[in-house]
Design a protein around this ligand. Structure first.
Ligand code: KIV
Ligand code: ZN
Length: 514
Protein backbone atom coordinates (compact mmCIF):
# COMPACT_ATOMS: atom_id res chain seq x y z
CA UNK A 1 0.00 0.00 0.00
CA UNK A 2 1.35 3.41 -1.01
CA UNK A 3 0.93 6.41 1.28
CA UNK A 4 -1.58 9.03 0.18
CA UNK A 5 -0.07 12.39 -0.77
CA UNK A 6 -2.48 15.22 0.03
CA UNK A 7 -2.68 17.77 -2.79
CA UNK A 8 -3.42 21.18 -1.29
CA UNK A 9 -4.22 23.72 -3.96
CA UNK A 10 -3.64 27.38 -3.10
CA UNK A 11 -4.35 28.94 -6.52
CA UNK A 12 -7.22 30.91 -4.99
CA UNK A 13 -5.10 32.22 -2.08
CA UNK A 14 -1.32 32.31 -2.73
CA UNK A 15 -1.95 32.33 -6.49
CA UNK A 16 -4.31 35.26 -6.13
CA UNK A 17 -1.60 37.21 -4.24
CA UNK A 18 0.16 37.57 -7.57
CA UNK A 19 -0.34 41.26 -8.52
CA UNK A 20 -3.14 41.47 -11.09
CA UNK A 21 -4.49 37.96 -10.43
CA UNK A 22 -7.31 38.99 -8.15
CA UNK A 23 -10.55 37.09 -8.85
CA UNK A 24 -14.22 37.80 -8.26
CA UNK A 25 -16.39 35.56 -6.10
CA UNK A 26 -18.01 33.98 -9.18
CA UNK A 27 -14.60 33.33 -10.76
CA UNK A 28 -13.33 31.72 -7.56
CA UNK A 29 -16.35 29.43 -7.37
CA UNK A 30 -15.85 28.39 -11.00
CA UNK A 31 -12.21 27.54 -10.40
CA UNK A 32 -13.04 25.78 -7.12
CA UNK A 33 -15.59 23.53 -8.84
CA UNK A 34 -13.01 22.64 -11.46
CA UNK A 35 -10.45 21.93 -8.71
CA UNK A 36 -13.01 19.60 -7.14
CA UNK A 37 -13.36 17.83 -10.49
CA UNK A 38 -9.57 17.59 -10.63
CA UNK A 39 -9.94 15.90 -7.22
CA UNK A 40 -7.58 18.04 -5.18
CA UNK A 41 -7.84 17.13 -1.49
CA UNK A 42 -7.79 20.67 -0.11
CA UNK A 43 -8.72 24.00 -1.70
CA UNK A 44 -7.28 27.05 0.06
CA UNK A 45 -10.00 29.45 -1.01
CA UNK A 46 -8.59 32.73 0.30
CA UNK A 47 -7.75 34.94 3.23
CA UNK A 48 -11.15 35.84 4.71
CA UNK A 49 -9.85 38.70 6.89
CA UNK A 50 -8.49 40.56 3.85
CA UNK A 51 -11.81 42.22 3.00
CA UNK A 52 -15.57 41.59 3.03
CA UNK A 53 -15.25 40.41 -0.61
CA UNK A 54 -12.59 37.84 0.30
CA UNK A 55 -14.70 36.61 3.21
CA UNK A 56 -17.72 36.14 0.93
CA UNK A 57 -15.62 34.37 -1.69
CA UNK A 58 -14.35 31.79 0.82
CA UNK A 59 -17.90 31.36 2.11
CA UNK A 60 -19.22 30.83 -1.44
CA UNK A 61 -16.53 28.25 -2.20
CA UNK A 62 -17.28 26.48 1.10
CA UNK A 63 -20.95 26.19 0.09
CA UNK A 64 -20.29 25.15 -3.51
CA UNK A 65 -17.66 22.47 -2.97
CA UNK A 66 -18.64 19.08 -1.56
CA UNK A 67 -15.77 16.70 -2.23
CA UNK A 68 -12.66 18.69 -1.26
CA UNK A 69 -11.79 20.25 2.09
CA UNK A 70 -12.13 24.06 1.96
CA UNK A 71 -9.49 26.03 3.83
CA UNK A 72 -9.24 29.67 4.95
CA UNK A 73 -5.96 31.38 5.84
CA UNK A 74 -5.54 33.32 9.09
CA UNK A 75 -2.67 35.16 10.72
CA UNK A 76 -2.24 34.22 14.38
CA UNK A 77 -4.64 36.93 15.56
CA UNK A 78 -8.21 36.78 16.88
CA UNK A 79 -9.87 38.74 14.04
CA UNK A 80 -8.35 36.54 11.31
CA UNK A 81 -9.15 33.25 13.02
CA UNK A 82 -12.73 34.28 13.71
CA UNK A 83 -13.27 35.38 10.10
CA UNK A 84 -11.73 32.17 8.75
CA UNK A 85 -13.82 30.07 11.14
CA UNK A 86 -17.03 31.81 10.06
CA UNK A 87 -16.16 31.63 6.36
CA UNK A 88 -15.66 27.84 6.35
CA UNK A 89 -18.70 27.10 8.53
CA UNK A 90 -20.80 25.82 5.60
CA UNK A 91 -18.12 23.52 4.20
CA UNK A 92 -18.62 19.76 4.24
CA UNK A 93 -15.05 19.64 5.51
CA UNK A 94 -13.37 22.88 6.59
CA UNK A 95 -9.81 23.72 7.60
CA UNK A 96 -8.17 26.78 9.17
CA UNK A 97 -4.58 27.47 8.17
CA UNK A 98 -2.89 29.74 10.68
CA UNK A 99 0.68 30.96 10.51
CA UNK A 100 3.34 33.06 12.18
CA UNK A 101 6.90 33.78 11.08
CA UNK A 102 9.76 31.93 12.77
CA UNK A 103 12.93 33.09 10.99
CA UNK A 104 15.18 35.53 12.92
CA UNK A 105 14.78 38.23 10.26
CA UNK A 106 10.96 37.99 10.20
CA UNK A 107 10.58 37.79 14.00
CA UNK A 108 12.89 40.74 14.57
CA UNK A 109 12.10 43.06 11.66
CA UNK A 110 8.48 42.24 10.78
CA UNK A 111 6.83 40.94 13.93
CA UNK A 112 9.09 42.61 16.50
CA UNK A 113 8.49 39.62 18.74
CA UNK A 114 10.82 37.40 20.74
CA UNK A 115 11.01 33.65 19.94
CA UNK A 116 9.17 32.92 23.24
CA UNK A 117 6.34 35.26 22.26
CA UNK A 118 6.11 33.59 18.83
CA UNK A 119 5.75 30.11 20.36
CA UNK A 120 3.14 31.40 22.78
CA UNK A 121 1.14 33.11 20.00
CA UNK A 122 1.30 30.05 17.74
CA UNK A 123 -0.07 27.82 20.51
CA UNK A 124 -2.82 30.32 21.30
CA UNK A 125 -3.81 30.63 17.60
CA UNK A 126 -4.01 26.87 17.06
CA UNK A 127 -6.15 26.39 20.17
CA UNK A 128 -8.43 29.23 19.07
CA UNK A 129 -8.73 27.73 15.57
CA UNK A 130 -9.68 24.39 17.13
CA UNK A 131 -12.78 26.13 18.53
CA UNK A 132 -14.04 26.22 14.91
CA UNK A 133 -12.73 22.98 13.39
CA UNK A 134 -10.66 19.91 14.25
CA UNK A 135 -8.71 20.34 11.02
CA UNK A 136 -6.06 22.96 11.79
CA UNK A 137 -2.91 23.58 9.79
CA UNK A 138 0.02 25.55 11.18
CA UNK A 139 2.83 27.17 9.18
CA UNK A 140 6.02 28.59 10.63
CA UNK A 141 6.42 31.23 7.93
CA UNK A 142 9.89 31.47 6.37
CA UNK A 143 10.73 28.04 7.82
CA UNK A 144 13.29 27.72 5.03
CA UNK A 145 15.41 30.37 6.78
CA UNK A 146 14.54 29.48 10.38
CA UNK A 147 16.81 27.96 13.01
CA UNK A 148 16.33 24.17 13.19
CA UNK A 149 16.25 23.96 17.00
CA UNK A 150 13.68 26.73 17.19
CA UNK A 151 11.58 25.13 14.44
CA UNK A 152 11.56 21.84 16.38
CA UNK A 153 10.43 23.69 19.50
CA UNK A 154 7.60 25.63 17.87
CA UNK A 155 6.34 22.65 15.85
CA UNK A 156 6.30 20.32 18.86
CA UNK A 157 4.26 22.92 20.74
CA UNK A 158 1.97 23.40 17.71
CA UNK A 159 1.19 19.68 17.49
CA UNK A 160 0.56 19.55 21.24
CA UNK A 161 -1.84 22.47 20.84
CA UNK A 162 -3.86 20.56 18.24
CA UNK A 163 -2.37 21.28 14.78
CA UNK A 164 -3.04 18.29 12.52
CA UNK A 165 -0.96 19.50 9.55
CA UNK A 166 2.44 21.16 9.85
CA UNK A 167 3.31 23.11 6.74
CA UNK A 168 6.93 24.06 6.09
CA UNK A 169 7.06 27.12 3.83
CA UNK A 170 10.12 28.14 1.89
CA UNK A 171 8.53 31.58 1.75
CA UNK A 172 11.26 33.31 -0.25
CA UNK A 173 12.30 30.36 -2.46
CA UNK A 174 15.79 30.22 -0.94
CA UNK A 175 16.21 26.48 -0.37
CA UNK A 176 17.75 23.85 -2.66
CA UNK A 177 16.46 20.27 -2.93
CA UNK A 178 19.02 18.44 -0.76
CA UNK A 179 18.75 20.97 2.00
CA UNK A 180 14.95 21.11 1.94
CA UNK A 181 14.68 17.31 1.91
CA UNK A 182 17.10 17.08 4.85
CA UNK A 183 15.06 19.65 6.74
CA UNK A 184 11.99 17.35 6.58
CA UNK A 185 14.05 14.35 7.61
CA UNK A 186 15.49 16.20 10.62
CA UNK A 187 12.13 17.64 11.71
CA UNK A 188 10.32 14.33 11.51
CA UNK A 189 13.13 12.48 13.31
CA UNK A 190 13.73 15.04 16.04
CA UNK A 191 10.22 16.18 16.97
CA UNK A 192 8.87 13.62 19.49
CA UNK A 193 5.20 14.01 18.48
CA UNK A 194 5.82 14.32 14.69
CA UNK A 195 3.77 11.16 14.06
CA UNK A 196 0.65 13.04 15.21
CA UNK A 197 0.64 15.42 12.22
CA UNK A 198 1.01 15.41 8.45
CA UNK A 199 4.07 17.32 7.27
CA UNK A 200 3.58 19.53 4.24
CA UNK A 201 5.83 21.38 1.77
CA UNK A 202 5.06 24.90 0.54
CA UNK A 203 7.68 26.16 -1.89
CA UNK A 204 8.19 29.35 -3.86
CA UNK A 205 9.93 29.31 -7.18
CA UNK A 206 12.41 32.19 -6.93
CA UNK A 207 15.31 29.94 -7.95
CA UNK A 208 13.17 27.76 -10.22
CA UNK A 209 13.38 24.95 -7.65
CA UNK A 210 9.86 24.84 -6.21
CA UNK A 211 8.83 21.51 -7.75
CA UNK A 212 12.25 19.92 -7.07
CA UNK A 213 12.17 21.10 -3.45
CA UNK A 214 8.61 19.80 -2.94
CA UNK A 215 9.56 16.42 -4.39
CA UNK A 216 12.65 16.26 -2.16
CA UNK A 217 10.34 16.90 0.79
CA UNK A 218 8.08 14.04 -0.32
CA UNK A 219 11.09 11.72 -0.52
CA UNK A 220 11.83 12.67 3.09
CA UNK A 221 8.42 12.20 4.63
CA UNK A 222 6.18 15.09 3.52
CA UNK A 223 2.66 13.81 2.86
CA UNK A 224 1.09 17.06 1.67
CA UNK A 225 2.27 19.38 -1.10
CA UNK A 226 0.93 22.91 -1.46
CA UNK A 227 0.76 24.09 -5.03
CA UNK A 228 -1.03 26.19 -7.65
CA UNK A 229 -2.08 25.61 -11.25
CA UNK A 230 0.51 26.86 -13.75
CA UNK A 231 2.72 27.75 -10.74
CA UNK A 232 0.71 30.96 -10.29
CA UNK A 233 1.85 33.05 -7.33
CA UNK A 234 3.74 36.11 -6.19
CA UNK A 235 7.11 36.85 -7.81
CA UNK A 236 8.25 33.62 -9.54
CA UNK A 237 5.19 31.77 -8.22
CA UNK A 238 4.47 28.63 -6.20
CA UNK A 239 5.08 24.95 -6.89
CA UNK A 240 3.14 23.97 -10.03
CA UNK A 241 0.52 21.33 -9.22
CA UNK A 242 0.80 19.73 -12.64
CA UNK A 243 4.56 19.24 -12.30
CA UNK A 244 4.46 17.57 -8.88
CA UNK A 245 1.46 15.38 -9.70
CA UNK A 246 2.90 14.18 -13.00
CA UNK A 247 6.39 13.62 -11.56
CA UNK A 248 4.84 11.37 -8.92
CA UNK A 249 2.67 9.52 -11.41
CA UNK A 250 5.48 9.10 -13.94
CA UNK A 251 8.20 8.15 -11.45
CA UNK A 252 6.40 5.64 -9.26
CA UNK A 253 9.73 3.81 -9.07
CA UNK A 254 11.02 6.71 -6.95
CA UNK A 255 8.02 8.05 -5.06
CA UNK A 256 6.21 5.68 -2.74
CA UNK A 257 3.07 7.83 -2.66
CA UNK A 258 -0.12 8.22 -4.66
CA UNK A 259 -2.47 11.13 -5.26
CA UNK A 260 -6.17 10.96 -6.06
CA UNK A 261 -5.86 13.60 -8.81
CA UNK A 262 -7.80 12.98 -12.02
CA UNK A 263 -4.89 13.94 -14.24
CA UNK A 264 -7.10 14.17 -17.34
CA UNK A 265 -8.58 17.35 -15.86
CA UNK A 266 -5.18 19.08 -15.54
CA UNK A 267 -5.22 20.90 -18.87
CA UNK A 268 -8.82 22.12 -18.52
CA UNK A 269 -8.01 23.47 -15.04
CA UNK A 270 -4.82 25.12 -16.23
CA UNK A 271 -6.70 26.83 -19.05
CA UNK A 272 -9.49 28.00 -16.82
CA UNK A 273 -7.03 29.57 -14.37
CA UNK A 274 -5.09 31.25 -17.14
CA UNK A 275 -8.28 32.41 -18.82
CA UNK A 276 -9.71 33.95 -15.64
CA UNK A 277 -6.52 35.52 -14.27
CA UNK A 278 -5.07 36.66 -17.60
CA UNK A 279 -1.73 35.00 -16.77
CA UNK A 280 -0.80 33.25 -20.01
CA UNK A 281 0.99 29.89 -19.92
CA UNK A 282 4.38 29.98 -21.66
CA UNK A 283 4.53 27.57 -24.66
CA UNK A 284 7.41 25.56 -23.22
CA UNK A 285 5.84 25.18 -19.75
CA UNK A 286 6.04 21.56 -18.53
CA UNK A 287 2.81 19.53 -18.88
CA UNK A 288 0.44 22.39 -19.81
CA UNK A 289 2.45 24.51 -22.29
CA UNK A 290 1.38 24.38 -25.96
CA UNK A 291 4.70 22.73 -26.91
CA UNK A 292 4.86 20.29 -23.98
CA UNK A 293 3.82 17.35 -26.15
CA UNK A 294 4.58 18.76 -29.60
CA UNK A 295 7.47 16.74 -30.97
CA UNK A 296 8.51 19.19 -33.59
CA UNK A 297 11.86 18.04 -34.86
CA UNK A 298 11.70 15.51 -37.69
CA UNK A 299 13.90 12.99 -35.88
CA UNK A 300 11.74 13.08 -32.77
CA UNK A 301 8.54 12.77 -34.76
CA UNK A 302 9.82 9.75 -36.57
CA UNK A 303 10.88 8.18 -33.27
CA UNK A 304 7.53 8.87 -31.65
CA UNK A 305 5.59 7.49 -34.60
CA UNK A 306 7.59 4.24 -34.65
CA UNK A 307 7.46 3.71 -30.93
CA UNK A 308 5.86 6.21 -28.63
CA UNK A 309 8.18 5.75 -25.63
CA UNK A 310 11.25 6.67 -27.72
CA UNK A 311 10.75 10.32 -26.83
CA UNK A 312 7.59 10.46 -24.71
CA UNK A 313 7.64 9.84 -20.97
CA UNK A 314 3.97 10.72 -20.45
CA UNK A 315 0.88 10.35 -22.60
CA UNK A 316 -0.63 13.65 -23.71
CA UNK A 317 -4.13 12.19 -23.21
CA UNK A 318 -3.35 11.52 -19.53
CA UNK A 319 -3.21 15.24 -18.77
CA UNK A 320 -6.15 16.18 -20.97
CA UNK A 321 -4.53 16.96 -24.32
CA UNK A 322 -6.24 15.68 -27.45
CA UNK A 323 -9.61 15.54 -25.77
CA UNK A 324 -9.94 18.71 -27.79
CA UNK A 325 -13.12 17.66 -29.61
CA UNK A 326 -15.38 19.83 -31.66
CA UNK A 327 -18.35 20.05 -29.34
CA UNK A 328 -20.76 22.47 -30.94
CA UNK A 329 -21.56 24.35 -34.10
CA UNK A 330 -23.98 26.68 -35.82
CA UNK A 331 -26.89 24.26 -35.48
CA UNK A 332 -26.48 23.39 -31.82
CA UNK A 333 -29.52 24.33 -29.78
CA UNK A 334 -29.93 26.09 -26.47
CA UNK A 335 -30.32 22.83 -24.53
CA UNK A 336 -27.14 21.33 -25.96
CA UNK A 337 -25.34 24.58 -25.14
CA UNK A 338 -26.63 24.57 -21.55
CA UNK A 339 -25.79 20.89 -21.05
CA UNK A 340 -22.23 21.29 -22.34
CA UNK A 341 -21.66 24.30 -20.09
CA UNK A 342 -22.96 22.31 -17.11
CA UNK A 343 -20.50 19.55 -17.97
CA UNK A 344 -17.78 22.21 -17.90
CA UNK A 345 -18.95 23.27 -14.43
CA UNK A 346 -20.46 26.54 -15.63
CA UNK A 347 -23.87 27.47 -14.21
CA UNK A 348 -25.80 30.67 -14.60
CA UNK A 349 -27.59 32.38 -11.78
CA UNK A 350 -30.48 33.60 -13.96
CA UNK A 351 -32.22 32.54 -17.21
CA UNK A 352 -31.32 35.97 -18.59
CA UNK A 353 -27.59 35.28 -18.18
CA UNK A 354 -27.95 31.95 -19.97
CA UNK A 355 -29.91 33.64 -22.78
CA UNK A 356 -27.24 36.35 -23.15
CA UNK A 357 -24.51 33.71 -23.32
CA UNK A 358 -26.49 31.73 -25.91
CA UNK A 359 -26.87 34.82 -28.10
CA UNK A 360 -23.12 35.36 -27.92
CA UNK A 361 -22.57 31.69 -28.77
CA UNK A 362 -24.79 32.02 -31.87
CA UNK A 363 -22.90 35.14 -32.95
CA UNK A 364 -19.63 33.27 -32.53
CA UNK A 365 -20.92 30.21 -34.41
CA UNK A 366 -21.78 32.49 -37.35
CA UNK A 367 -18.17 33.57 -37.56
CA UNK A 368 -16.47 30.34 -36.52
CA UNK A 369 -17.34 26.91 -37.86
CA UNK A 370 -16.22 24.62 -35.07
CA UNK A 371 -16.69 25.53 -31.45
CA UNK A 372 -14.48 23.80 -28.87
CA UNK A 373 -14.69 23.63 -25.08
CA UNK A 374 -11.98 26.28 -24.89
CA UNK A 375 -14.15 28.62 -26.98
CA UNK A 376 -17.07 28.09 -24.61
CA UNK A 377 -14.90 28.79 -21.56
CA UNK A 378 -13.57 31.92 -23.16
CA UNK A 379 -16.99 33.07 -24.31
CA UNK A 380 -18.47 32.67 -20.84
CA UNK A 381 -15.55 34.42 -19.16
CA UNK A 382 -15.95 37.24 -21.62
CA UNK A 383 -19.65 37.27 -20.87
CA UNK A 384 -18.75 37.66 -17.20
CA UNK A 385 -16.56 40.56 -18.15
CA UNK A 386 -19.58 42.37 -19.48
CA UNK A 387 -21.31 41.91 -16.13
CA UNK A 388 -18.61 43.36 -13.88
CA UNK A 389 -19.94 44.73 -10.64
CA UNK A 390 -20.11 48.51 -10.45
CA UNK A 391 -19.52 48.82 -14.17
CA UNK A 392 -18.31 52.32 -15.00
CA UNK A 393 -17.26 51.95 -18.64
CA UNK A 394 -18.69 49.81 -21.43
CA UNK A 395 -17.54 49.53 -25.01
CA UNK A 396 -20.47 50.29 -27.31
CA UNK A 397 -18.73 50.20 -30.68
CA UNK A 398 -15.38 50.29 -32.38
CA UNK A 399 -14.40 51.06 -35.95
CA UNK A 400 -10.80 50.88 -37.02
CA UNK A 401 -8.87 51.33 -40.24
CA UNK A 402 -5.32 50.78 -41.40
CA UNK A 403 -3.45 50.56 -44.65
CA UNK A 404 0.10 50.31 -45.90
CA UNK A 405 1.77 53.70 -45.55
CA UNK A 406 -1.30 55.21 -43.85
CA UNK A 407 -1.83 56.02 -40.19
CA UNK A 408 -3.99 53.56 -38.28
CA UNK A 409 -7.16 55.04 -36.88
CA UNK A 410 -9.79 53.99 -34.34
CA UNK A 411 -13.18 55.46 -33.52
CA UNK A 412 -14.70 54.30 -30.26
CA UNK A 413 -18.04 54.84 -28.60
CA UNK A 414 -17.92 54.30 -24.86
CA UNK A 415 -20.68 54.27 -22.28
CA UNK A 416 -19.42 56.14 -19.23
CA UNK A 417 -21.67 56.26 -16.18
CA UNK A 418 -24.88 56.80 -18.12
CA UNK A 419 -23.49 58.83 -21.01
CA UNK A 420 -22.40 57.71 -24.48
CA UNK A 421 -19.23 59.45 -25.63
CA UNK A 422 -17.15 58.99 -28.77
CA UNK A 423 -13.54 59.68 -29.66
CA UNK A 424 -11.15 59.04 -32.49
CA UNK A 425 -7.37 58.67 -32.45
CA UNK A 426 -4.45 57.71 -34.68
CA UNK A 427 -1.77 55.30 -33.54
CA UNK A 428 1.17 53.23 -34.66
CA UNK A 429 -1.27 50.35 -35.23
CA UNK A 430 -4.99 49.79 -34.77
CA UNK A 431 -4.62 48.50 -31.20
CA UNK A 432 -2.49 51.50 -30.25
CA UNK A 433 -5.05 53.83 -31.87
CA UNK A 434 -7.91 52.09 -30.02
CA UNK A 435 -6.23 52.39 -26.61
CA UNK A 436 -5.43 56.06 -27.32
CA UNK A 437 -9.04 56.79 -28.27
CA UNK A 438 -10.33 55.11 -25.09
CA UNK A 439 -7.74 56.92 -22.96
CA UNK A 440 -8.70 60.29 -24.45
CA UNK A 441 -12.19 59.74 -23.00
CA UNK A 442 -11.33 58.09 -19.68
CA UNK A 443 -8.03 59.81 -18.80
CA UNK A 444 -7.35 57.05 -16.30
CA UNK A 445 -3.78 57.97 -15.39
CA UNK A 446 -2.81 54.30 -15.59
CA UNK A 447 0.36 52.81 -17.06
CA UNK A 448 0.09 49.91 -19.49
CA UNK A 449 2.36 47.20 -18.04
CA UNK A 450 1.56 44.31 -20.34
CA UNK A 451 -0.39 43.62 -23.50
CA UNK A 452 -0.63 40.11 -24.86
CA UNK A 453 -2.75 38.17 -27.34
CA UNK A 454 -3.06 34.42 -27.68
CA UNK A 455 -5.28 32.21 -29.77
CA UNK A 456 -7.71 29.93 -27.95
CA UNK A 457 -7.77 27.24 -30.67
CA UNK A 458 -6.03 26.82 -34.00
CA UNK A 459 -6.94 28.61 -37.21
CA UNK A 460 -7.27 32.25 -38.21
CA UNK A 461 -10.94 32.23 -37.16
CA UNK A 462 -9.90 31.32 -33.60
CA UNK A 463 -10.98 33.45 -30.68
CA UNK A 464 -8.14 35.74 -29.68
CA UNK A 465 -7.75 36.17 -25.93
CA UNK A 466 -6.20 39.44 -24.87
CA UNK A 467 -4.71 40.48 -21.54
CA UNK A 468 -4.11 44.10 -20.62
CA UNK A 469 -2.27 44.81 -17.36
CA UNK A 470 -2.65 48.32 -15.96
CA UNK A 471 -0.91 49.92 -13.00
CA UNK A 472 -1.98 52.93 -10.98
CA UNK A 473 -0.49 54.05 -7.66
CA UNK A 474 1.09 50.63 -7.07
CA UNK A 475 -2.16 48.73 -7.75
CA UNK A 476 -2.11 46.29 -10.64
CA UNK A 477 -5.04 44.72 -12.48
CA UNK A 478 -5.38 42.38 -15.42
CA UNK A 479 -8.20 42.95 -17.89
CA UNK A 480 -9.30 40.23 -20.29
CA UNK A 481 -11.20 40.23 -23.54
CA UNK A 482 -11.91 37.69 -26.22
CA UNK A 483 -13.23 37.93 -29.73
CA UNK A 484 -12.49 36.47 -33.16
CA UNK A 485 -11.31 40.01 -33.97
CA UNK A 486 -8.22 40.75 -31.89
CA UNK A 487 -8.65 44.54 -32.06
CA UNK A 488 -12.09 44.19 -30.51
CA UNK A 489 -10.72 41.69 -27.99
CA UNK A 490 -8.02 44.23 -27.09
CA UNK A 491 -10.54 47.04 -26.62
CA UNK A 492 -12.69 44.80 -24.38
CA UNK A 493 -9.64 43.86 -22.31
CA UNK A 494 -8.65 47.50 -21.89
CA UNK A 495 -12.15 48.52 -20.78
CA UNK A 496 -12.31 45.52 -18.43
CA UNK A 497 -9.01 46.58 -16.82
CA UNK A 498 -10.27 50.16 -16.43
CA UNK A 499 -13.41 48.93 -14.66
CA UNK A 500 -11.33 46.74 -12.38
CA UNK A 501 -8.90 49.49 -11.40
CA UNK A 502 -11.77 51.86 -10.69
CA UNK A 503 -13.70 49.34 -8.59
CA UNK A 504 -10.99 47.33 -6.81
CA UNK A 505 -11.38 46.95 -3.07
CA UNK A 506 -8.46 47.70 -0.82
CA UNK A 507 -7.51 44.52 1.03
CA UNK A 508 -4.99 43.38 3.61
CA UNK A 509 -2.05 41.27 2.49
CA UNK A 510 -1.73 38.24 4.79
CA UNK A 511 2.03 38.43 4.97
CA UNK A 512 2.16 42.11 5.90
CA UNK A 513 2.70 42.76 9.61
CA UNK A 514 -0.47 42.93 11.69
O1 KIV B 1 4.85 31.39 1.56
C1 KIV B 1 4.37 31.42 2.71
O2 KIV B 1 5.06 31.46 3.72
C2 KIV B 1 2.92 31.43 2.82
C3 KIV B 1 2.37 31.28 4.20
C4 KIV B 1 1.20 32.15 4.43
C5 KIV B 1 2.06 29.84 4.45
O3 KIV B 1 2.22 31.49 1.84
ZN1 ZN C 1 3.40 31.13 -0.01
Amino acid sequence: MKDHLVIFDTTLRDGEQSPGASMTKEEKVRIAKQLEKLRVDVIEAGFPAASQGDFESVQAVASAVKDSTVCGLARAVEKDIMRAGEAIKLANAGRIHTFIATSPIHMEKKLRMTPNQVVERAVWAIKRARDFTDDVEFSPEDAGRSDLDFLCRVIEAAIDAGATTINIPDTVGYNVPNQFGNLFKALIERIPNSDKAIFSAHCHNDLGLAAANSLAAVRNGARQVECTLNGLGERAGNTALEEVVMAIKTRQDIFSVDTRINTQEILATSRLVSNITGFAVQPNKAIVGANAFAHESGIHQDGVLKHRETYEIMRAEDVGWSTNKMVMGKHSGRNAFKTRLEELGIDFETEQELNDAFIRFKELADRKHEIYDEDLQSLVTDNNIQRVENEIYRLISLKSSMGTGEPSNAEVVLWMQGEELSASANGSGVVDATFKAIESLVQSGTTLELYSVSNVTNGTDSLGETTVRLEKGGRIVNGMGSDTDIVLASAKAYVNALNKIAGEQVKDHPQASV
